[in-house]
Every structure is written in C-alpha cells, then in structure tokens.
Ligand binder design. Structure first.
Ligand code: SF4
Length: 245
C-alpha cells in the first residue's frame, strides 16, 4: 500500500514498531559480511520512521509487515559474532532500517550491542540512524554510553524543504537529527552527521556546514555517495529529485 507523503515520522515510528517488533524480537531479512568500512558484520533489519526517496530498502520499509523473520537479540548477536569470527571483522552494525523506533526496538538494539561487546570487547558498533528518536527523546542518549559505539546520523536534507522531499516526512522534523547530534556531543558520545552529496550543489553543502556550525555541531560532515539502482532513480524522479540537486 502506497503511503501518503509527507508522513508524521513519530506516528510512523509507532506504527512501524508495532509491525516489526514481537516482544524482544525484531524483524530482519538478512545477515551478511559487508565490504563497507573495510569489512563489517551486518544485520539487515526492517522498519523505518522515514521513507527516503533513495532508500535501497524502500519496498520493505514501505510495507514492513510483508517481509522478514523475527529474531531475538541473542539470535542477532550470535549471527553477527559468527560472521565476525569467520571474516576476522571487528566492526558490527544493523542497517536497512531505523534501529530506534520506540522503546521495544531501542531495548532490542541495546541488548544486541551488549551481547556483541561481551564476546568481543574490542569491537566497534556503528549505529546508523536517521537521528529522529535520539533528537525527540534526549534521555535515550544516556543509555548509549558504550565505550566503542560510533553513531552516524543521516540528516537527509540541507534544510527543512529538501529534508521533507528526500525523507518523505514533515519538514518541521528537520531539527531532530541536529538535536540528536547535540545531545550526543554533550555526553561525549562519538557521533557525526552524514548527507548524500550527489543530491546537492557545492553551495548547498556549504550552507549545511554553516547550519551545523550555527547549531554548535563540531563533528565533521560525512558525504555519502548514492547507490544508483534503477528503482532508486525512479523513486527519486517521482519526488522531483535528481543527481546534482
Ligand atoms: S532513514 Fe535510512 S532506512 Fe529509513 S527510509 Fe531513509 S534510507 Fe531507508
């Protein structure tokens, strides 16, 4: 079923959480060794508060109930650790989705991280998030004070208008990922913003850097590259987006 955009991402989080969580278990569709970051044990989950035009997991995140199987935190931790042992990886992540939709998914995530660090104390866990819930509920940051957790916040747009068009959610929520960065920096938790460089001009990226500075966010901006799958380009076209802004 196609969704009416732009969404209210808080409401969408609640709806998605109900569909992708069963008790402590979350819906995943794949576990794999991925080449990113030089090699990382990866769990592909389902369910997001946004519906980004360029999401490579668009179909599953649009209709989360139709896909995936439910795994407990112990199942997920074991699968990730098995991949890391086989490939001699020291990096871990959950991707393809928003890891933090609500309390149940947040507790699931914390347990997975704990299990990984118990077995592999020198590992690093890269938390890839859109930053909505971390900006909406400041107290969540207090529970993320793991020594080796690195948090990458995809901020989607360079301003409220581009954010709404790209993320498919209402423009007033543009500030939440920025707040998340601030809350994490205040707690000395390593976090940085990322944006899809291909969608913006040099001047727009420069304006974004200015906005980050004005919001006292000191972390370096990561510039991501678009994976131009045909369905991604088609979804972007439908939203009036193109490479180069
Ligand atoms: S935030 Fe990430 S997982 Fe969610 S829709 Fe956007 S690209 Fe996909």
């Amino acid at each position: 079923m196609a969704l009416n955009l732009p969404l209210d991402p808080i409401q969408r989080s609640e709806e998605a959480e109900k569909l992708v969580m069963r008790g402590e278990s979350r819906s995943y569709y794949k576990f794999r060794a991925a080449p990113y970051y030089g090699g990382i044990a990866t769990a592909d989950a389902i369910g997001c508060s946004f519906l980004c035009a360029y999401c490579w997991n668009y179909g599953r995140n649009e209709n989360p109930a139709r896909f995936g199987n439910f795994y407990s935190p112990e199942d997920v931790g074991d699968k990730l650790l098995e991949i890391s042992r086989r490939r001699n990886y020291h990096l871990f992540r959950i991707t393809g989705s928003e890891p933090i939709l609500g309390e149940a998914s947040f507790q699931h995530l914390l347990k997975v991280i704990e299990i990984v660090f118990q077995e592999s104390p020198h590992a690093k866990f890269i938390l890839e998030t859109n930053g909505l819930m971390l900006g909406y509920r400041e107290n969540l940051a207090d529970q993320l004070k793991f020594r080796n957790i690195l948090i990458r916040i995809a901020i989607k747009g360079v301003d409220p208008g581009s954010f709404e068009k790209i993320a498919g959610v209402r423009r007033e929520f543009f500030t939440y990922p920025l707040l998340a960065l601030k809350y994490l920096e205040n707690r000395h938790i390593r976090a940085w913003p990322a944006v899809m460089e291909d969608l913006f001009s040099v001047a727009e990226i420069s304006e974004l850097r200015k906005t980050l500075r004005e919001n006292e966010i000191i972390a370096e901006l990561e510039l991501e590259c678009l994976e131009p799958y045909p369905f991604v380009l088609e979804n972007m076209r439908k939203r009036g987006l193109s490479i180069g802004g």
